[in-house]
Structures are given as C-alpha cells and as structure tokens.
Design a protein around this ligand. Structure first.
Ligand SMILES: *Cc1c(COP(=O)(O)O)cnc(C)c1O
Length: 382
C-alpha cells in the first residue's frame, strides 16, 4: 500500500479486526489466558502479546517510523525497562543535564545498586556530551524539548557523536510526540514516551511506550517479561482510541500554544516566555530545523508583585494540575511543586524562578484562555 498520511495512520494502523461481528472498531480481548496447544504464538499479557497490545504497538511504531514498539504500564516503566535493557554492571551512561524528574530520580537513586555509572552533561552543548563520554559509555540519553524551560537538544549532533563512538541513543519524546518530531530521521535509535501525556491526551490513562528496531525491541522485551510492567488490555484499548485523534489534538494544541506564547510575550505583567516557537527563544533556529511544530507546552514568568499560587487560584477555566498534555489547559508552578524540595538558590541556578508557570495548552478557543488569564492577573494584583 502507498505510504499513508498521518491522520490515516493514526486511525487505521494496528486495528484489531472484528471478524466475528464486523464492528467498526477494535474489540477488546481481556483474556489473560490463551490456548497453548496448536497455536502460533503463546499469548499472555505480561509477554506484551495480546491481540490489543500487538495492534497498538504497530500503531506506535508506524508513528515513530520504527520497525517495532512496546507498551508499558507507565512512562517510567518504559524509561526504566529500556535503560536496564541496554546497561550492564560496569557500564556508563551520559544523560543530558535537564531531564524529567522521575528519570533523574531513577538514575540517581537506583543505578548504584546495579553498578551502573552515569554522568549528567554540564549543558546541552554537544561538546559537553563529548566530554562526558568514557571508555565504558554505552548510551546517550536526551529529552527535547525539556521540562519546564523548553530547552532544545540537537538530535542530529547527539546521534552523530553516538555513531562515532558506537553508542546507543535514547530520547524521551513525550513533549514533542511523533506528530511534531520524529527523532529517527535525525539518527536517534530509541524513542521513549510517557503515553500518559499527549498519546493519551485526555488525562485518564497511565501508560508508556518505546519504539525502536526489531533487534532493540527484542532486547527490551527480554527484560520486560521479567520486570512485568505491562499494560492492561482495557487501557491499551483506551490508548488506541486516543491515538486516533492525536494528530488533530497535538496540531491544535501546538497552534494554540504559539498564539498564547505570542500573547504572553507582549503582556506587561509577564517578565519572560519560554517557547521554542518564539523567534526570541535562543534555540529557535535549531527547534525549527528538527521540529514540525513546537508543541503544546510553554512556560512563563509572572512579574514581581503577582504571586504564582494566587494567580493560579484565580483562574476559572484553566486548571492548576500536576500533569500535562490533556485537551484541557492546565498550569503548574514548579517552584511550589516539582522543584519545591530544592532551595530557592538551587532553583534560581536552574532558571526556575518563584513566579514561573508551566502552561500545558489545551484545545480550547484561544480567546477564552486569554480572557481567563487577563481576569486572573487583574485579581492577583489587588
Ligand atoms: C510524565 C513524564 C514521564 C513519566 O511518565 P509516567 O507515565 O508518569 O510514568 C517521563 N517523561 C516525561 C517527559 C514526562 O512528562
């Protein structure tokens, strides 16, 4: 068949055909018990090979343009299973400086007991990746755009350095999604997702995914069946349903985020806006080179005199929320939540000011979001 367009891929690739009743959508096979005799495949949910699991993996692989994929019970299960599949005792990994907090914690809290060494790069500059590589380095791990300041890592430069040194590259592609960026086109080997975010997209699914070559997926599968972080078939089915609209949702969220970034940038009560789609973003040119659109996430700093918590309490439509990427707009203040345990100085060092708001832009009408922000700022001033 001719190469399918993105929406067609989202809707049709990896369907489970309802051969019994000819229904329009995939039936759910909830069975945890399958025949072992006279069958081609010995199926079991923890082996990640039920009909729904297999079908969903095909869809995710098609979106990331890889040979294969696997799905897990959470984004962190995808991260941890994949890292442990490629790192043995005595190996070393280079990870980029700013990473999702859960990934950072997994590395610093768990790696020592496995005898795995790690280095976080000093900055996102390619020279700092090169400097961190040791004779026993096996993996380079990146995340772009990053959370919460939306910095961009040069995927091609990292992939080139990895190839020169015979290393595997992994990316946490959660923020961009394959709709806005397909890292394999730049030479990255393994794409990891918290499907809890844009893939799910409705704030009602906890899931993870990894996409890579057949050979690499087999290696991850071999450890996955022992660790057991698989996803229930009902959630698999929910995720298949969500992915059908992923292109529509993410495109709209990206369009809305760009409009909101431009509006916030001009606002007299906003000190700074972080969004890779703004020409004022220091890495705009790089973002443009490797992304199709700039995503639905942005951050902004309220000027002094406006309290971040007060501002969020005063929002009526936009919800303060720990997570992100739903069709509804949400905010989070890192200084009071994800980075609350750090001292004020340590936060400042990372560029996280007390007035910083992370904004996950939904699919609503931009004019309604603007009205909400205007009234919340107004109320927070008095
Ligand atoms: C949320 C998130 C994760 C972890 O995913 P869970 O589904 O919560 O386990 C990993 N990476 C990024 C970038 C995330 O936003």
């Amino acid at each position: 068949m001719k190469k399918l367009g993105i929406n067609t891929t989202c809707v049709h690739i990896g369907e489970v055909k309802d051969t019994q009743f000819k229904g329009a959508i995939s039936p759910i096979f909830m069975s945890t018990s399958y025949a072992f005799d006279g069958v081609e495949v010995k199926r079991y949910p923890r082996y990640l090979n039920t009909p729904n699991q297999e079908a969903l993996c095909k869809k995710i692989a098609a979106l990331e343009k890889t040979e294969n994929a696997l799905i897990f019970g959470s984004g962190m299960a995808a991260v941890s299973h994949t890292l442990l599949a490629f790192l043995q005792k005595g190996d070393h990994i280079v990870l980029q400086q700013t990473l999702y907090g859960g990934t950072y914690n997994f590395v610093v809290e768990e790696f020592e007991k496995f005898g795995i060494e790690y280095t976080f790069t000093k900055s996102l500059k390619i020279d700092d990746f090169k400097k961190a590589i040791k004779p026993n380095t096996k993996v380079l791990f990146i995340e772009t755009p990053s959370n919460p300041l939306l910095t961009i890592t040069d995927m091609k430069a990292v992939a080139d350095v990895a190839k020169e040194n015979g290393l595997i590259t992994m990316i946490d592609n959660t923020f961009a999604t394959p709709i806005n960026q397909t890292p394999i086109d730049f030479g990255i080997d393994i794409m990891i997702h918290s499907a809890t975010k844009y893939m799910g997209g409705h704030s009602d699914i906890l899931a993870g995914a990894v996409a890579a070559s057949n050979q690499q997926i087999e290696r991850i599968w071999n450890i996955a069946k022992n660790l057991g972080g698989s996803l229930s078939d009902f959630t698999v089915w929910m995720l298949e349903r969500s992915l059908k609209t992923m292109n529509l949702r993410v495109k709209r969220q990206s369009k809305n985020a760009l409009k909101m970034a431009k509006y916030l940038e001009k606002h007299p009560k906003i000190a700074k806006v972080y969004y890779p789609g703004l020409k004022t973003h220091p890495q705009y040119a790089l973002a443009k080179k490797q992304m199709k659109r700039f995503g639905g996430m942005l951050s902004f700093e309220l000027k002094e005199g406006i309290d971040a918590m007060e501002f969020q309490k005063n929002l009526q439509l936009i919800k303060p929320s720990m997570s992100l990427a739903g069709v509804e707009s949400t905010t989070l203040s890192p200084a009071q939540t994800s980075h609350a345990l750090l001292s004020s100085e340590a936060r400042e060092k990372q560029g996280i000011k007390d007035g910083l708001i992370r904004f996950s832009v939904g699919i609503e009408e931009v004019k309604d979001l603007i009205v909400d922000i205007e009234q919340a700022i107004e109320k927070s001033l008095v």
